[in-house]
Design a protein around this ligand. Structure first.
Ligand SMILES: Cc1ncc(COP(=O)(O)O)c(C=O)c1O
Length: 382
């Protein structure tokens, strides 16, 4: 299969990820943090390994401030619902994923005010637009590092500087870009970083994380057993336990630790550079096909490793189905859980076809995709 759906979840995974997850399942299946026996201690090491690799990747001084959970959506929900209260104001972008849009929509119903600052489909969220949208009651600024529809990368370090200047916490959704675009929470003024383990960090599905900066205390989404302070009825205040009740996905985090180590050893710069070559080649190839329109930043401009297209005369769902059935190629059609982004791009009706190469994609696969889309466009033109 030619897998061009890495923006949804990355595949293939490095062998080290598969073997770490298998080892955790086969040989080290104790419950981490919930027993003193050796099996439990070995399982705990996987969890600690994931936290320390993430801390190294994102320049997080204290790994205990990284809470491990299911995915980016969970992490964003914890950050938004843990921080915002009725009467607060929040600034976000106008092209965000539903992982931000939907929790904010329900918080609005509880009395939180939301401003969607205009976001450029080619250059992301402009720090000046954020500055203009800030009010005296602004409690949070939240945006994605990169658009999951067009691929535009937002200048998060500049937005972080605006937030620092105004003393407002800054939450970044790093679902697109973590592992390929350098992220330094200290240098970029990021107070809350939500990310997936299963995309650019090359870990298993069902893994994600939230970094919480010192000084920020979030209300809990889930409470229960943490393996600590068990005599007390109230949830412990200490991180990471406060937000990690119940048995974790140990095989998943064992794999995530190995995936994040793979990224550290290969280098975020090398991975991002390789993906830029691949997506650049795809962009040039597709843009040259009559009837194909490429959305998002122009060729050569910064973009995460994805692009979305429209093929004249044929619906994106049908192009995706033909790619799958006739060419054994995985792509994603539709609204990509981001109707606001499609509204900004003018593609809200049928959505678009998204193609997202990963670090392991080859030039031959990119060329095969361009040839397949070219044949589909020719047929659609009659
Ligand atoms: C920009 C963006 N935010 C959030 C998410 C949700 O990520 P997850 O599937 O890890 O919850 C995605 C997933 O596609 C995304 O692209």
């Amino acid at each position: 299969v030619i897998y061009l759906d890495n923006a949804a979840t990355s595949w293939p995974k490095p062998e080290s990820v598969i073997s770490a997850a298998l080892t955790a399942l086969r040989d080290e299946g104790g419950n981490p943090g919930r027993g003193g026996h050796r099996m439990a201690i070995r399982a705990s090491r996987h969890i600690a390994g994931a936290r320390s690799a993430l801390a190294e990747l994102f320049n997080i001084a204290d790994p205990a401030r990284i809470v491990l959970g299911y995915n980016t959506t969970w992490a964003i929900n914890l950050a938004l619902k843990g921080l915002l209260r009725p009467g607060d104001h929040v600034v976000t972008g106008s092209m965000e994923h539903n992982a931000i849009v939907r929790p904010l929509w329900s918080l609005e119903r509880q009395g939180v005010a939301v401003t969607k600052a205009p976001t450029s489909p080619t250059a992301g969220l402009d720090p000046d637009e954020v500055r203009k949208a800030i009010l005296p009651g602004t409690r949070l600024v939240v945006t994605g590092l990169a658009s999951n529809v067009g691929g535009a990368v937002s200048p998060v370090a500049d937005i972080g500087a605006v937030c620092r200047e105004r003393g407002i916490p800054f939450l970044v959704d790093a679902a697109q870009g973590a592992g390929s675009i350098p992220i330094d929470v200290a240098a970029m003024g990021i107070d809350l970083l939500a990310g997936p383990g299963h995309k650019g960090l090359l870990g298993p599905q069902g893994t994600g994380f939230l970094y919480i900066a010192p000084g920020l205390e979030l209300a809990t989404l889930v409470e229960g057993g943490t393996g600590t302070e068990s005599m007390r009825p109230e949830q412990p205040a200490a991180l990471p336990e406060r937000h990690e009740s119940g048995t974790p996905n140990t095989p998943g985090f064992a794999g995530l630790a190995a995936g994040a180590r793979f990224v550290l050893e290969t280098g975020v710069g090398a991975i991002g550079g390789r993906e830029a070559e691949l997506v650049g080649r795809l962009h040039l190839g597709l843009a040259a096909i009559p009837g194909v329109k490429v959305f998002g930043p122009p060729a050569g401009a910064p973009r995460s490793s994805l692009l979305s297209i429209q093929v004249a005369g044929i619906a994106p769902e049908d192009v995706s189905a033909i790619l799958d059935e006739a060419y054994d190629m995985a792509s994603r059609a539709g609204l990509h859980c981001a109707p606001d982004a499609h509204a900004a791009l003018g593609s809200l009706g049928e959505g678009l076809l998204r193609l997202s190469p990963g670090f392991f994609t080859t030039e031959a696969e990119i060329d095969a995709c361009v040839a397949a889309v070219s044949a589909i466009a020719r047929d659609a033109a009659g």
